[in-house]
Design a protein around this ligand. Structure first.
Ligand code: GMT
Length: 380
C-alpha cells in the first residue's frame, strides 16, 4: 500500500511512534511518504520505500501567524496525486487531522478518495485539544476521520469524556522493536557516568510542566541520601533551567547530569538502573517503555495510561501523582538490593516485550485495510 504519514518531526513521542511505524511498514513492503516540516529525528536513510516531503511555509509580513495547515493540506494534495498515495495516516490531531480533512475534500473535488486514519497521542486531547479555542475543530476532525486510533485505553476514555465523539476509537498501543535489544551488552560504559558503587537513575522527556520535573529532582535528592547514585536528565524544554537551579539549591548539582536532547537514548538506557516518570498526565509513556526494553526498572506516577505500561510490583512501581515520598521509598526499595534490582530489570524487559512491534504492526495494517475497503462508503 502507498501510505502518507503526517507527524511532528521532533523528539516527542508521537513523532517517534510515527517514524518507527512508517519505517517498519516500509520493511514490510509498503511505500511510505513522511510529510512534515523537517525530516523526523528518528528517520534513518531514505530509500525506495521511505520518502520524505518537506512542507514549506513561506513567510509573509501580513500574517501574524504563518498558515501551516494551509501549506500542509496543499502539500498533501500534491504528494497524494503525484505518488498515487492510497491512504493517509495522521499522528496528533492538532492540526494534522484538520489539514488532512481539507486535503481529503480538495482531492474529492477531483474524484480522488483518500481514507484518513487519525492517531491520538495524548496532549492533542488532554492538554491542547480540549482548550475551548480548539475544541470545535478538534471534535470535527476526529469525527470526520475514517478511523480513529488511540495509544491507550485511558486516552480513549478521556477523548470520549472530553469531546462529543460519535465514532468508535480503536486502541492500538505504542510499541517497541525488541529485536534491536536482544544484544547482550556486557559493557554499557557505565563508568562514563558513575563510579562502580553508584546506581544510575534516568529521566527522559521534553521538560514541560506536565512532566513534573521538580519531582524527579526531589525523588533523586531523597534517594541519593541512602543510595550512592547519579541522575541523568535527558531532553530539552521550558522546565530545564529551573531544574538545574533546584539541583544547585539542594547541593546535588555534581550528581546530576543534564545531557540535552539525544539520539542515543538506547546507549543511555543501557547503563540506567531506574527510570523516573512522575508525570501529571501521560497517555501512554513511551519513554518508560523504551526504558523497560533496555532492562531499566520504572518508578512512575499512576497518571493516565501509564498503568497500562508500567506494571505495579513487576516492572517497577506506580504512586499517586506528586507523592515524592512514596516514589523515593519505592526507588530505594528497588535499588538497595542488587538481586532485587536485577529481578525488576528483567521483569521490566519481559513486560516491555509484550509491546513488540510484531504484535502491534498487524493491528495498524488491519485498520488500513478496513479504511481502504470502506473508502467509497464514507461520506466526507
Ligand atoms: O509529552 C510528551 O512526551 C510528548 C507527547 C507527544 O505528543 O509527542 O507524547 C504523547 O504521545 C506519546 C506517544 O504516543 C505518549 O507516549 C505520551 O504519553 C504522550 N504524552 C502525554 O500524554 C503527556
Amino acid at each position: 500500500m502507498k501510505i502518507a504519514i503526517v507527524c511532528y518531526p521532533t523528539f516527542g513521542g508521537s513523532g517517534v511512534v510515527a517514524t518507527e511505524l512508517g519505517t517498519a511498514l516500509a520493511t514490510r513492503g509498503h511505500e511510505v511518504h513522511f510529510i512534515t516540516y523537517k525530516q523526523p529525528v528518528r528517520l534513518g536513510l531514505l530509500n525506495n520505500n521511505v520518502h520524505f516531503h518537506e512542507v514549506h511555509v513561506p513567510e509573509y509580513p501580513l500574517f501574524r501567524y504563518q498558515p501551516y495547515e494551509l501549506a500542509l493540506s496543499s502539500k498533501l494534495v500534491d504528494t497524494i496525486k503525484l505518488y498515487g498515495i492510497e491512504l493517509l495516516h495522521v499522528h496528533y490531531a492538532i492540526p494534522h487531522a484538520y489539514a488532512g480533512y481539507m486535503a481529503k475534500k480538495m482531492l474529492l473535488e477531483e474524484g480522488i478518495y483518500i481514507p484518513m486514519i487519525t492517531t491520538l497521542h495524548g496532549t492533542d486531547i488532554t492538554l491542547v485539544g480540549k482548550h475551548p479555542y480548539y475544541k470545535p475543530a478538534v471534535t470535527f476532525s476526529i469525527n470526520k476521520s475514517d478511523v480513529v486510533t488511540s495509544v491507550s485505553e485511558d486516552l480513549k476514555q478521556s477523548t470520549m469524556n472530553i469531546f462529543d465523539i460519535h465514532k468508535d476509537i480503536e486502541v492500538i498501543p505504542n510499541f517497541i522493536d525488541s529485536s534491536k535489544y536482544k544484544l547482550d551488552y556486557t559493557d554499557c560504559q557505565r563508568s562514563l557516568m558513575a563510579n562502580e558503587d553508584e546506581k544510575i537513575l534516568t529521566h527522559i522527556s521534553n521538560f514541560r510542566k506536565v512532566k513534573r520535573i521538580p519531582d524527579v529532582v526531589q525523588v533523586f535528592y531523597k534517594v541519593q541520601q541512602t543510595i550512592p547514585s547519579k541522575l541523568v536528565m535527558v531532553g530539552e524544554g521550558p522546565e530545564k533551567v529551573q531544574a538545574e537551579v533546584l539541583c544547585e539549591k539542594l547541593g546535588i548539582a555534581d550528581k546530576v547530569m543534564f545531557l540535552g536532547n539525544s539520539t542515543e537514548i538506547d546507549r543511555i538506557l543501557c547503563f540506567s538502573d531506574l527510570f523516573l516518570l512522575p508525570s501529571e498526565s501521560e497517555s501512554f509513556g513511551l519513554a518508560a517503555l523504551e526504558a523497560m526494553i533496555n532492562r531499566t526498572a520504572v518508578v512512575s506516577s499512576n497518571a493516565g495510561g501509564v498503568p497500562e505500561v508500567n506494571k505495579q510490583g513487576v516492572s517497577g512501581f506506580l504512586t499517586d501523582i506528586g507523592d515524592v515520598e512514596a516514589m523515593a521509598e519505592k526507588a530505594i526499595y528497588i535499588l538497595e538490593d542488587q538481586d532485587r534490582l536485577d529481578k525488576f530489570k528483567n521483569q521490566a524487559f519481559e513486560v516491555a516485550s509484550k509491546f513488540d512491534i510484531s504484535n502491534v504492526l498487524p493491528l495498524y495494517e488491519e485498520v488500513y485495510e478496513k479504511a481502504y475497503k470502506a473508502r467509497f462508503k464514507n461520506t466526507y
